[in-house]
Design a protein around this ligand. Structure first.
Ligand code: AMP
Length: 121
């Protein structure tokens, strides 16, 4: 992934990637890390983020991002299975901007499950 102009290097996920603040990591590979959400919205709530400096949200993606962005889905489903969510089901959520309630400007995917989730995460 190339560096993203305007990327906020002090956002909380950038700081987690640099190990400046702790996180409860459940997965990592060369492209991604995943950790438990500090304010869970479901019994299992994991945040999956790409390493590096991604766009703030999906609105910043372009064709050159298709490879790693597609692999996020593959990794998310692998983590969901690892967490025992495959049978009961789970929800993947990517927020973009204020109407979605996005807080952290580093593209990320929520993995939610462990109970009935209702119509919207
Ligand atoms: P979003 O609203 O889509 O930007 O999601 C950001 C998520 O990051 C929220 O669900 C927060 O609870 C979560 N979060 C914020 N700070 C931390 C942290 N230090 N460790 C784990 N999760 C965090």
């Amino acid at each position: 992934m190339s560096e993203t102009p305007g990327y906020d290097r002090d956002n909380v996920f950038a700081r987690i990637l640099r190990d400046e603040i702790p996180s409860d990591r459940v997965y990592e590979d060369g492209e991604f890390i995943a950790f438990r959400d500090i304010n869970p919205a479901a019994p299992t709530h994991i945040v999956l983020i790409p390493r590096g400096e991604p766009p703030a949200g999906p609105a910043g993606l372009d064709d050159g991002d298709a490879g790693w962005a597609g692999r996020m889905f593959v990794v998310a489903s692998r983590i969901a299975a690892q967490e025992g969510l495959a049978e009961g089901g789970y929800r993947l959520v990517v927020n973009n901007g204020p109407d979605a309630g996005q807080e952290v400007p580093h593209l990320h995917m929520h993995i939610l499950g462990g109970a009935g989730l209702g119509p919207i995460a």
